[in-house]
Design a protein around this ligand. Structure first.
Ligand SMILES: NC(=O)c1ccc[n+]([C@@H]2O[C@H](COP(=O)([O-])OP(=O)(O)OC[C@H]3O[C@@H](n4cnc5c(N)ncnc54)[C@H](OP(=O)(O)O)[C@@H]3O)[C@@H](O)[C@H]2O)c1
Length: 216
């Protein structure tokens, strides 16, 4: 399988890349700074330079050429409302159009838990971030692609125990970025899991079991 990872240099993307390559897949990693190419290539991926804000659908379709799946794990990471709109909101919408144009049939979107930020004073821009995440979810879910929307809880850099809770509706919690990447890798191995919106936190179930339980 050939997979385009948008956000390949991020906390989740950079963990996912070697997992996919270890599973025998070809990976194209989109990166926006020239200096990031070597890390992607050292992991065994093909580096493609591009900024999701300025790339056209055609540019993205070219990057996705020959791919079977796209993983969208890019994010503006609190760099301002305009970038949040362009990356977290418009980015996946453009990538869905690119998938369609390039004949890519499967699409995996890293989104966010709807309960994120509840119970405290929201940081400036947070409501806009959540609205843009939802706008992207709506476009992905309305597409005819084989899609999965993954909504992780609060992301942690610490290595997880590789045990998760994964399902349609879960209590809010945190999850290690490592586990998110493992779940994405397992979902890519399990095309029967499709058309699902899945929440994800650290939990009690081994990743492969958590994913295989979702096969209907
Ligand atoms: N933080 C949380 O607790 C949390 C919770 C749930 C969901 N999420 C979502 O999870 C996703 C991944 O999280 P993460 O921790 O892996 O994020 P991250 O470490 O901030 O990585 C974001 C990735 O997006 C890339 N990117 C940013 N702007 C771009 C642009 N204009 N063009 C192309 N690529 C661009 C970054 O590239 P650079 O390396 O060049 O910056 C990086 O590869 C995000 O969508 C985030 O919103 C986060």
């Amino acid at each position: 399988m050939k997979v385009l990872v948008i956000g390949a240099t991020g906390g989740i993307g950079s963990r996912l890349l070697p997992m996919l390559i270890g599973n025998g897949h070809e990976v194209v990693g989109l990166h926006r700074k020239p200096g990031q190419a070597s890390a992607i290539e050292q992991a065994g991926g093909q580096a493609v330079l591009g900024d999701i804000i300025t790339m056209s659908v055609d540019d993205l379709a070219q990057a996705a050429s020959g791919c079977d799946a796209i993983v969208f794990s890019a994010g503006a990471a609190g760099s301002g409302p305009d970038r949040t709109t362009a990356i977290d909101g418009d980015g996946p919408i453009k990538a869905v159009e690119a998938a369609r144009a390039a004949g890519v049939s499967r699409f995996y979107l890293v989104s966010a838990f709807p309960e994120a930020g509840r119970g405290g004073e929201p940081k400036p821009g947070f409501e806009h971030y959540m609205a843009e995440k939802k706008r992207a979810d709506v476009a992905v879910a309305a597409s005819e692609l084989g899609w999965v929307i993954l909504r992780p809880g609060k992301l942690l850099d610490e290595a997880g125990a590789g045990r998760v809770a994964l399902g349609a509706a879960l209590p809010y919690g945190s999850v290690s970025r490592d586990s998110v990447a493992q779940v994405l890798a397992a979902l890519l191995e399990t095309p029967a899991v499709t058309g699902e919106i899945l929440e994800l936190t650290d939990g009690e179930v081994a990743v492969d079991d958590a994913v295989s339980r979702l096969v209907r």
